[in-house]
Each structure stands twice: as C-alpha cells, then as structure tokens.
Design a protein around this ligand. Structure first.
Ligand code: TXA
Ligand code: MG
Length: 310
C-alpha cells in the first residue's frame, strides 16, 4: 500500500514537471502527459514519432471534470453510465473555453475522451488537477504495450518513469465511438459493438475507413510486430512462427498459443505479448490461424489485418 502511494507521488511529480510517463490501463499502457500543457503534449508526439495531425485521447477521472472541456450529450450519458470507467472512448465537441492544448486535437474542435478503469491510473487521475493525454505507449505503427517492460522496450531511457500496474486485463485498445453526430464506431476495441447498440437502442454503423482525415483508419499499417504476418493460415511454412487460437495435440517449437481453450477474450489479452515474443525468438515471419470473427474476435482480426500490411 505504501509503495502504491509513493509510486503515485513519483508519477505525479514527473507529470507536474511536464514530463511524459508510462501509465497502466485495462486496455494497453499509455504514454501520458498533462493535456493542458503544450510542452507535455509536444513530448508525447516526439517520443512516439507520431504525425502531429493524428489527435490524442484524453483521460479523465469522471464526467464532472470533463464538463469543463467538452459538451455532454444524451448518447454520452447513456454509454458512460453503462461502460465507464472502461474500454470505451468517446469523440465529443470541444468547448471553446477548454484548456486542452491545441496540439492534442491538431486545432480541431473535437476531442477523444476516455475514463480508464485501472485502479492505479484512477488513483493517479484523482491526485492531479489536469486530464492526461495518453496515446498507446508504442512507437507509431508498432505493437502496443501490455506490460511495463514493453514500454521500456519501445522508448528505452527516453522515458522517465513507468507506473507499473502489471499486465493489462483486456490487452487490446478501447472501442472508439464518434458522438459528434449520429453515433458511429471509428475503431473496434474492448467493448462489442452489439453491446453499444443495445444501450443506444439502434444500429451503430462501423465507419473505420472513412475519408475523414482524422479517423483512426487512415493508417493501413498499424499494430505491427515489425515482421511480415499473414492470416487465415492452415499450414505454416517451416521458417514461420505459427500463432494458434488454442493448444494442439501435436506441439511444435514454432507453435504459439493465444489461449488454452477457445476463449477469445483470453486470446485478445495475450495477442500483443505473443507477437512481441515471436519477434524476440528470432522469427522473420508469422502465420496466424483463422480466428472466428465474432465478439472481440472482430477486434483481433482488425489488428491482425493492419499488422499484415507490413
Ligand atoms: O485503449 C486505448 O484507447 C488506449 C489507452 C492508452 O487509453 N489509447 C489509445 O490511443 O489507443 P491511440 O492514440 O493509440 O489511439 C487513439 C486513436 C487514434 O487512432 C486517433 O486517430 C483517434 O484515436 N482519435 C483521437 N482523437 C480523435 C478525434 N478527435 N477524432 C477522431 N479520432 C480521434
Ligand atoms: Mg495506438
């Protein structure tokens, strides 16, 4: 308990000085900085090597704090009451008087906001008086980090501190819902679209590859382990690592299992770590077995498809 307090204190100290730090969330680790500070936000873009026209998600403790920066609408209230804190991000209209750094949104008048569930991150947010801009803690186009050591693998000594919150429970990024107009999904993620539709009592279209230049679908290559990957493979080549959904009777050295049984949630949790592991083990190519396109399997397939553009 004492170490938790002192780690939060340490994290706050770095953030107050406008440094970026790694933070744990239930989805993936974030690279966090004060969303009100140009200096902090500049550092995030630089460290991540992210194009400055790709806006950042801002993390809040609660809707009360959000009201200072964004307009609240009925769809937000419904989804917030059901899913927040949790793996869902909302795109909202930014208030003119908001203190959010213009660099976060690339001068646009919309903001992506999320209320993360991880206990440590919530404690940190409660202890500071500014929201945290935090994209996933990985170099642009690469795999997200799902444990503290991955953040150091990505940024080395360039990162001042990582608040260690263990392994991420969900292991795959949040679902993003655009609430500026009629609700639409702009990124598949930890919460199934069907659950969102149930709460809003209407169909919510998936608009991932829209022409909108700020939409997350604009970069075809993403979530890449840095080596070629192919999907829906029945038989791998000898030199390929083979990623399978569950354990097989015949075990080979190049076989990697996403879960013991056929549990897609478990598979999502293990996906990024296994892809990292395969690369570390020296493989130059990855073959992935067909993964059922249901529930979070849709999100897994979305990530694999982008990774396969390498
Ligand atoms: O689970 C998550 O969402 C993680 C954790 C750390 O919270 N964060 C995350 O952030 O995945 P990032 O930056 O890797 O992905 C955010 C996506 C980007 O593709 C960005 O283009 C999109 O959100 N985005 C941010 N602001 C937006 C906006 N105003 N309109 C449309 N898309 C936006
Ligand atoms: Mg990312």
């Amino acid at each position: 308990m004492k170490s938790i307090q002192s780690n939060i204190k340490k994290a706050k100290k770095f953030l107050d000085k406008n440094h970026c730090i790694g933070v744990p969330t239930e989805t993936v680790y974030g690279l966090a900085g004060n969303a009100y500070s140009d200096t902090s936000v500049k550092k995030i873009f630089k460290l991540k090597r992210r194009p400055t026209n790709n806006p950042l998600i801002v993390h809040y403790y609660s809707i009360n704090k959000l009201k200072e920066d964004c307009y609240i609408n009925i769809n937000l209230t419904k989804l917030y009451n059901k899913f927040s804190p949790g793996p869902i991000t909302f795109i909202l209209k930014l208030k003119k008087k908001s203190k959010i750094s213009k660099l976060v949104t690339n001068n646009k008048n919309s903001l992506a906001v999320r209320f993360p569930k991880h206990k440590l991150f919530r404690k940190l947010l409660k202890n500071i008086n500014y929201p945290l801009a935090a994209p996933s803690a990985n170099i642009f186009t690469r795999l997200s980090s799902v444990q503290a050591s991955h953040v150091f693998e990505e940024f080395g000594s360039k990162i001042k501190y990582v608040l260690n919150g263990g392994r991420c429970k969900i292991g795959i990024e949040s679902t993003i819902v655009n609430l500026l107009k009629k609700p639409a999904i702009v990124r598949l993620g930890g919460i199934d679209v069907s659950k969102i539709e149930k709460i809003l009592k209407k169909t919510v279209p998936i608009k991932i590859n829209s022409k909108d230049k700020i939409s997350p679908g604009q970069f075809p290559l993403h979530y890449s382990p840095g080596i070629p990957l192919r999907m829906n493979v029945k038989r791998p080549n000898r030199e390929e690592a083979f990623l399978l959904i569950r354990k097989r009777k015949n075990n080979y050295k190049n076989y990697y299992y996403l879960c013991k049984k056929n549990d897609l949630r478990q598979a999502a949790k293990n996906l990024y770590s296994l892809l990292r592991q395969i690369k570390k083990d020296g493989y130059k190519m990855i073959a992935v077995e067909k993964i059922k396109n249901i529930g979070i399997g849709k999100t897994i397939n979305d990530r694999l498809k982008r990774a396969s553009k390498f």
